[in-house]
Ligand binder design. Structure first.
Ligand code: AHM
Ligand code: MG
Length: 344
């Protein structure tokens, strides 16, 4: 027997959720729908990335004599162009843009803010490994309209996100999203022949404890002793606690996270000494860590910077970086014990 709701479209799902909120105006649904259209366009381009040499590699012209763009630049442009005219946004923040993105004056504006990483896992584009788009949505707090003043509205802790999620362009294209408040995290698979995302993973629950750790161990030499002790712990043999864990890492956050979300485990990008302050790793708080932290929380998991919840960090910069430990609750809590020095 089919599970309840499985097979409904993402649009229907968003509408159903919005109906439960008496204050909903439909603007939020419009916003997410436009993002979904952008993701479908990106998915189509990602699927033909391997044809770049045939159609003309980046920076060259293709058979139609058009300039071929880098895929991450293309993805960024598609999202900006589609989202700027929905009338629901006051500004946007992208991993690809140093500053906030203004809504052009000819378009109406709204009270939402979207932050995104248009194509995460860029080193994997050329080698046919899954990549993704990550997004978080906030509501503006002030009445500001001046772009220079809006940064204060954007720099909110992740706990304030009203929606968050990601698209993964893999063996199939999926969207996983949540609107928070215990509503759960839900997964939709793009059926290319129909052109719709259909509900395939209703109310995802991440196992409390996994058997997998995901980390770039090539950074071992740049870690402090607490991080080394943590990773050594996962690799040590102890039958009772299910160790050694197995290791899985492809270097695409969305792909590594998605696997652990469905199967259990922990993804880590610890602080390392490549960072001049040794306080963060490579990943960005607002466009990478916060959206996934909201998804994992709704799925019953946890995300930490090693000392406390990612979602409670008060950001001071749009492109701020953070250490990230995310996945099964017990595994992330254990990582926190090591990193905060409560356990050695
Ligand atoms: P990107 O935004 O430039 O693609 O970088 C982020 C990616 C993540 O997807 C992934 O987790 C990480 O970088 C991998 O980094 P590393 O190659 O240092 O392991
Ligand atoms: Mg990224």
């Amino acid at each position: 027997m089919a599970r309840r709701g499985v097979g409904i479209t993402i649009t229907q799902h968003i509408l159903n959720q919005q109906r439960q909120n008496p204050e909903a105006t439909g603007g939020f649904t419009t916003l997410l729908n436009e993002l979904i259209v952008a993701a479908k366009v990106i998915s189509r381009e990602v699927n033909k990335a391997g044809l770049a040499d045939i159609l003309g590699a980046t920076g060259r012209t293709n058979v139609q004599d058009e300039q071929v763009q880098k895929l991450d630049v293309f993805a960024n442009q598609v999202i900006i162009e589609r989202m700027q005219h929905v009338g629901q946004l006051c500004c946007m923040g992208s991993e690809e843009n140093a500053d906030l993105i203004e809504i052009p004056s000819q378009y109406p504006k709204g009270n939402y803010i979207i932050v995104f990483d248009p194509l995460d896992g860029s080193s994997n584009i050329d080698v046919n490994v899954s990549i993704g788009t990550i997004f978080g949505v906030y509501k503006k707090k002030s009445d500001e309209t001046d772009i220079d003043m809006l940064l204060n509205d954007v720099l909110q802790p992740g706990v304030n996100q009203v929606a968050a999620g990601y698209f993964i362009y893999g063996s199939s294209t999926m969207m996983v999203y949540t609107t928070g408040n215990g509503i759960g995290a839900h997964g939709f698979t793009l059926y290319p022949s129909v052109g719709e995302f259909l509900l395939s993973h209703e109310n995802i629950r991440i196992p409390e404890k996994g058997k997998t750790y995901s980390v770039n161990e090539g950074n071992y030499t740049y870690w402090d002793e607490k991080t080394v002790a943590l990773v050594d712990y996962f690799k040590a043999k102890d039958k009772d606690s299910g160790r050694p864990y197995t290791s899985r890492y492809v270097g695409s956050l969305v792909a590594d996270f998605h696997r652990n979300l469905l199967k259990g485990g922990i993804f880590m990008y610890p602080a390392d000494s490549k960072d001049p302050n040794k306080t963060s790793g490579k990943l960005r708080l607002m466009v990478e860590a916060n959206p996934l932290a909201m998804v994992v929380r709704e799925a019953g998991g946890y995300a930490s910077d090693g000392n406390g919840p990612i979602l409670e960090i008060d950001p001071s910069e749009l492109h701020q970086r953070t250490p990230l430990y995310i996945g099964s609750r017990e595994d992330v809590q254990l990582a926190e014990e090591f990193i905060s020095g409560r356990r050695g």
